[in-house]
Design a protein around this ligand. Structure first.
Ligand code: NAD
Length: 498
């Protein structure tokens, strides 16, 4: 149970300067550049992290490769990896409040969302993959009796993971779970503005008994630490969640180095399509507001474009505005608030710029549109709604990754499909209708990795999350989450004695 006094005690703790976690220990590099870490709650610096150089990344990769080659993790029975991963999940859960407070200080997510999504969500994910570790079999190919065709599933080796700042633990766990359960060793780089909780859970992994070198965390900027991971000659697979711009760079790094496999989970501009026959418009409005204002819209699947049938547009807009006004934005560590801060100053400026472009392009600003609580020194932005948006306007096409909703009208289903599919993205989508034929037609027509009908965020770990078009390749979550981190190897054995 979250308790304000406990949260306040945890937030008052001093955080010492942080170091890379390599070979199960924090490694102090006295010559390393340091990066100050400021809190989006009040803009004040409260600790620092290492800006890792390519030498620091080399040390982490060497540790991971040595651990992989030793085999105590990679060649062990999957049941052994399961045991350690389950223990790790249990320890993370025991430290959930401490971790959630640390995370909120680092990236501004409100404590209620942080605790569920981050330590508890990560523990849940690690358990899912731990449990799967000893239930996945290889295959025997349907050959003639003269041969035996075996298909082995093998760990790929050293996996690089580059993680964004919005839900660092949850997103990392979607990758760490399958990568580690499959027997790989990992070098993980958190976002420079959200590294603290990942360093902390790496320490807890060692406490759970994970062998040295299996999980290594190196911190730093994208252009230093991230680039060194991307260009490294001894990383076999690199899985990334973040922006399309960085995704493109990673593909280039791969081409310039060892052709490591690159998996990308990128941005979105998810459409939320509301037909006039949607039942319970009040619920639709409530979930529409939640989908874009939760965590200040810093959610990859945030439904940032409402595409609503014109006959109900005015009524829907009124209801969404009313729910939007009910959000309490402020200090993420106060239990009174349900929306925290924008994760960092750079992102706040991106949101401000994109909102100004929307105004300049002629969209009607119906709510918000500005930074709030600036006196606190923190990075807060008001829930913002634009109505009468044209599908070609930048606020309708470009990801903002902030609490900004664009509402667009349509008349026919064909028009709704055309607008929904008109961006470069294809991550998630939502459809509200009480007509089964409309629902099925939309599921087939929408260019998206996920289509949710009459619900938002209904998907759990059992189903994949991944995008099409420029939202990425591959997917996290579900048993398909393993695919990125295994090689399939064929053994073809002749049974003919001659
Ligand atoms: P970002 O691309 O700026 O940064 C992501 C990570 O890449 C960080 O760790 C950063 O340090 C690193 N990086 C930056 N430059 C690099 C370089 N040159 N080489 C290597 N690494 C580099 O993204 P962000 O701002 O942290 O996150 C927001 C983006 O992430 C949004 O576009 C959002 O939609 C996307 N996202 C997608 C999903 C998904 O599942 N598809 C989930 C969450 C976030």
């Amino acid at each position: 149970m979250l308790d304000q006094a406990n949260i306040d005690e945890l937030r008052s703790r001093a955080i010492p300067e942080q170091h890379n976690f390599i070979d199960n220990q924090f490694v102090i590099n006295p010559t390393a550049k340091r990066l100050a870490v400021d809190s989006p709650i009040d803009g004040k610096v409260f600790t620092s992290i290492c800006d890792s150089s390519s030498e620091d990344v080399d040390a982490a990769v060497l540790a991971a490769r040595a651990a992989f080659n030793r085999g105590e993790w990679s060649k062990a029975a999957p049941a052994y990896r399961k045991k350690i991963l389950l223990k790790w999940a249990e320890i993370i859960e025991q430290h959930a409040i401490e971790i959630a407070v640390l995370g909120a200080r680092d990236n501004g997510t409100d404590i209620n969302t942080a605790i569920k999504g981050e330590p508890l969500g990560a523990a849940n994910t690690l358990r899912y993959y731990a449990e799967a570790a000893d239930k996945l079999y290889g295959e025997i190919a349907p050959t003639s009796d003269a041969v035996l065709g075996l298909i082995h599933r093998e760990a790929v080796g050293v996996v690089g993971l580059i993680i964004p700042w919005n839900f660092p633990l949850m997103i990392a766990a979607w990758k760490l779970g399958p990568a580690l359960a499959a027997g790989n060793c990992v070098v993980l780089k958190p976002a420079e503005t959200a590294s603290l909780t990942l360093l902390r859970i790496a320490e807890l992994a060692a406490l759970a008994g994970m062998p040295a070198g299996v999980l290594n965390v190196v911190t730093g900027l994208g252009r230093s630490c991230g680039e060194a991971i991307g260009l490294h000659m001894d990383i076999d697979v690199l899985a990334f969640t973040g922006s399309g711009a960085v995704g493109r760079r990673l593909l280039e790094y791969s081409a310039r180095s060892n052709l490591k496999r690159i998996y990308l989970e990128l941005g979105g501009k998810s459409p939320n399509i509301i037909f006039a026959d949607a039942s319970n418009l009040d619920r639709v409005a409530k979930e529409t507001a939640a989908s874009i204002f939760r965590n200040s819209g810093q959610v990859c699947v945030a439904a940032s474009r409402v595409i609503v049938q014109n006959s109900i547009k005015a009524e829907l807009c009124e209801k969404v505005l009313s729910y939007a006004r009910s959000y309490r934005v402020g200090d993420p560590l106060s239990l009174r608030n349900n929306v925290g801060a924008i994760a960092n100053l750079g992102q706040l400026q991106v949101i401000e710029d994109k909102v100004q472009r929307g105004i300049a392009e002629g969209a009607t600003l119906a709510l918000g549109g500005k930074r709030i609580l600036a006196d606190s020194g923190g990075y807060y932005f008001a829930p913002t709604i634009f109505v009468d948006v044209e599908p070609t306007m930048s606020i309708a096409c470009e990801e903002i990754f902030g609490p900004v909703l664009a509402i667009i009208g349509f008349d026919t289903m064909d028009e709704a499909i055309e607008i929904a599919n008109s961006t470069q993205y294809g991550l998630s989508s939502v459809v509200w209708t009480s007509n089964l034929t409309t629902a099925h037609t939309m599921i087939q027509a929408l260019q998206a990795g996920v289509v949710q009908v009459n619900c938002f965020s209904g998907a759990d770990l059992t189903v994949p999350l991944g995008g099409v078009k420029q939202s990425g390749n591959g997917s996290d979550k579900s048993l398909h989450g393993f695919d990125k981190y295994i090689n399939v190897k064929t053994a073809w054995i002749s049974l003919d004695p001659n």
